[in-house]
Design a protein around this ligand. Structure first.
Ligand SMILES: O=P(O)(O)OC[C@H]1O[C@H](O[C@H]2O[C@H](CO)[C@@H](O)[C@H](O)[C@H]2O)[C@H](O)[C@@H](O)[C@@H]1O
Ligand SMILES: [Mg+2]
Length: 272
């Protein structure tokens, strides 16, 4: 059965990969203000880290944590990871290093690395809804379930043929619950179901109200459809937006791959 909602979600993914976007500046060094003035906001998967077949397989290349740590110092703490991953996952990936973060597409936020009490979390998804969504993973071998508590992600990178069936099944579940405050978030070979009412952009707006971010110019680098919400708000804060792997609308420049982002960040520390 063809579902309008499923088609809309897939269309959204496709139209945001904008082939008609104007040619962007390939290496943005010259655009970046002094480290005293900026807040550095970084997506993780596909931006800092190379994409892997499954979420658990990502790894932090040598030197990256040190670069992030030094940039944190040089910006007086104004560096944050802005990710769809949960805070817990981010900490496992970067352990033993801990960074300020907007996590879970805005569901979680950590403003201070010294005081875990500062971390803000969204409420969990309804249990029955989760149970029904989790059953969608049974559609095909290779579909992986990632339960973040407040959202649930169905990964199909290992079962790409199942994409349409997943979106259709999810839209049928949604149709049964027309008043549930949830939304479907398409990502890279992933269909995520989350509470509506928060996005990476709402998380970034909140983050930028707090020290040490307040008053600085945000510079955000991201690679995915979910990062479009942040690209869109950068002009409101006199900020800069850079995309990775593709040219997105409204960005100031783009990088070809995560390795280029890592080199760029290292170069910010030593621009000679
Ligand atoms: O916002 P991000 O930091 O980019 O996180 C987005 C999602 O990343 C992870 O999934 C993606 O990366 C995996 C590892 O490379 C890949 O196997 C998967 O296909 C991608 O969708 C993570 O598992 C999700 O929770 C994040 O939302
Ligand atoms: Mg990403």
């Amino acid at each position: 059965m063809k579902s309008e909602l499923a088609e809309m979600a897939l269309d959204q993914t496709r139209t945001m990969l904008d082939d008609d976007a104007p040619e962007a500046v390939p290496m943005p060094h010259a655009l970046v203000p002094h480290l005293d003035e900026i807040a550095i906001l970084l997506d993780i998967d596909g931006t800092l880290l190379d994409l892997m077949p499954t979420p658990r397989e990502v790894w932090v290349p040598p030197g990256l944590s040190e670069t992030l740590g030094r940039l944190t110092e040089r910006t007086s703490g104004a560096l944050a990871l802005v990710s769809g991953r949960s805070l817990n996952d981010i900490d496992l990936i970067f352990a033993p290093d801990v960074f300020r973060a907007v996590a879970g597409h805005g569901a979680e936020m950590r403003l201070s690395v010294d005081n875990e009490a500062d971390a803000v979390h969204a409420p969990p998804l309804d249990k029955e809804l989760k149970r029904r969504l989790a059953a969608v993973a049974k559609l095909s071998p290779g579909i992986l379930l990632e339960d973040k508590g407040y959202s649930l992600a169905l990964h199909y990178r290992l079962a790409p043929h199942a994409e349409k069936a997943i979106y259709e099944a999810v839209s049928l579940i949604r149709a049964d619950l027309p008043n549930a405050p949830i939304e479907v978030l398409p990502g890279k070979f992933v269909c995520e179901i989350k509470h509506s009412g928060f996005t990476k952009a709402s998380g970034v707006r909140e983050l930028m109200k707090h020290e040490p971010f307040r008053g600085r110019r945000p510079m955000f680098i991201g690679d995915d459809v979910t990062d479009e919400t942040v690209f869109a708000i950068m002009p409101d804060m006199n900020g800069l937006a850079f995309s990775v792997g593709r040219r997105a609308m409204g960005v100031n420049g783009h990088f070809d791959a995560p390795a280029d982002v890592r080199a760029f960040l290292a170069h910010l520390l030593d621009p000679r």
